[in-house]
Design a protein around this ligand. Structure first.
Ligand code: CA
Length: 484
């Protein structure tokens, strides 16, 4: 997703800006209500990296984006002591491909991880191909120790598991979702799966060994993340903490449900409890960094892997659509990061960024041994955010961002504040929005009664982007068949 600065695109954006409304320009602004941040000292070499991913969390379901019925003090602390991002995007509107883009720093449609993969462990290459290098693989030669905790969803076939892919440790599950109560985790392995969704019931993998657990899953994952920090204070490390909360099934303990007696809707109440449990864990992770004196030299990133889903009572307000949708509610996510000395406490960053920027940023920050792992033949699509966060560079990290919905035949491109959703006549017709004035994507600028704005330059940009893409490299999630 390299920036595209073709003159036709620039021209159309300039035309929109003058004809409609001034372009929405939001640069880093300091929130005067920001709390006490860790001391803003210059970062040392090789920062630690903590990436915390929520699963199907709504854009509006964190305090820093205005959520009122679910307190998220742990998550909000990241934004308050660091920066929040109003226009942060993931590379796909569903879990698997989004994570593939995030963890490689490259758009997953370049290497075939275009859709949620089958979790049938007998299907070869059902994840990120070994021709790609993920963040752990990029950082390992630079001396980093890495752990993946929680949901993997980047390959169940042998050779694609976390510890085959640069991670020193793994505690979690290989599939795209999981049951939360320990008494439900009864299968010894994926080999025992005999019906769809039974893969949600495997015991957890603890460094290659299936283990029994005693706690609510979210608490288990938090415990392991905290333990890893406690054991690795010498650093540098990469903690990839992938909660499956608040992805379905909607399951919460009485302890967390009791926090929300005033939420009448049962589904929303359970969702709130799940988010609250995750938020507790994130608070504990931040506390562990403090306890070990690591906060000043650790980049902490929090985001959701896609927008809130229709089936988990999440909210993406004011965005349109949900998980899987080409509208902003599918791909724009809650996003905050804390990095003392780089991101000013309380900053609000309004330009579009991408989840792929995490890899690009840490690779640059980790030094030449990490940078050397990025091959010229596999350039990163993310950009190093440090100069934009520090104010050294002004403007947009990405002028243009692209998406593809390979199963549906849809695609989308955002150039500056103009967004084209290309669906074709059979998919409902194309849509063009100016996000600066229409964040909720309600006013299609291609309507016949509106002043003519040609979408051709945006179509041309998409066509050019497609030239670098490949078809899906594996069968989709629903392809694992069982005998009745
Ligand atoms: Ca997801």
């Amino acid at each position: 997703m390299r920036s595209t600065n073709s003159s036709p695109l620039a021209a159309i954006v300039a035309a929109i800006a003058s004809a409609v409304l001034p372009l929405h320009i939001a640069t880093a602004q300091v929130d005067p209500t920001a709390g006490n941040a860790p001391a803003a000292t210059a970062p040392q070499a090789q920062p630690n990296l903590v990436v915390i991913i929520a699963d199907d969390l709504g854009y509006a379901d964190v305090g820093f984006n205005g959520c009122e019925d679910i307190p998220t003090p742990g998550i909000d602390r990241i934004a308050r002591e660091g920066a929040r991002f109003t226009d942060a995007y993931v590379t796909a509107a569903v879990c698997g491909p989004s994570r593939a883009g995030l963890i490689t720093g490259r758009h997953q449609d370049r290497f075939g991880s275009c859709q949620n993969p089958t979790v049938d462990p007998s299907v070869p290459n059902n994840g990120v191909p070994t021709t790609e290098r993920n963040i752990a693989e990029l950082l390992r030669p630079a001396g980093y120790t890495s752990i993946a905790v929680g949901k993997w969803h980047l390959g169940t076939f042998p050779g694609l598991h976390p510890q085959d892919r640069g991670f020193d440790q793994f505690y979690g599950f290989l599939t795209g979702g999981h049951n939360y109560f320990p008494e439900n985790l009864t299968l010894e392995d994926l080999s025992e799966v005999n019906e769809p969704w039974a893969w949600y019931r495997t015991k957890l993998l603890d460094n290659g060994v299936r283990v029994g657990t005693k706690k609510y899953l979210t608490d288990e994952l938090s415990d392991r993340a905290v333990r890893f920090i406690d054991d690795h204070e010498q650093g540098p490390f990469f903690l990839y903490l992938c909660y499956n909360a608040p992805h379905t099934p909607l399951q919460a303990t009485e302890e967390y449900l009791a926090r929300f007696p005033d939420i009448a809707d049962k589904r929303r109440r359970t969702y709130a409890a799940m988010v609250s449990a995750m938020d507790d864990g994130i608070g504990r992770v931040l506390d562990a960094l403090d306890r070990k004196g690591l906060a000043a030299n650790t980049l902490v990133v929090f985001l959701s892997d896609n927008g809130g889903a229709e089936n988990n009572a999440s909210r993406n307000t004011p965005l349109r659509g949900y998980k899987a949708s080409p509208f902003e509610g599918g791909i724009r996510v809650p996003f905050a990061l804390r990095w003392p000395g780089v991101a000013e406490a309380g900053a609000v960053f309004g330009h579009p960024i991408s989840s792929m920027d995490i890899a690009a940023t840490i690779v640059e920050a980790a030094g030449p041994l990490a940078r050397a792992q990025v091959r010229e033949t596999h350039p990163l699509d993310g950009v190093d955010l440090r100069p934009f966060l520090s104010g050294e560079r002004d403007g947009r990290p990405h002028e243009t961002l692209f998406w593809r919905w390979v199963e549906k035949g849809h695609a989308a491109v955002r150039h500056a504040d103009l967004k084209l959703i290309a669906r074709g006549a059979e998919g409902g017709g194309d849509l063009l929005f100016n996000l600066a004035e229409d964040e909720g994507e309600r006013r299609n600028l291609l309507r016949a009664d509106l002043p003519g704005i040609s979408p051709d330059p945006l179509h041309a940009a998409l066509t050019q982007w497609f030239e670098g893409l490949v078809p899906p490299a594996y069968p989709p999630l629903g392809s694992w068949k069982f005998n009745d």
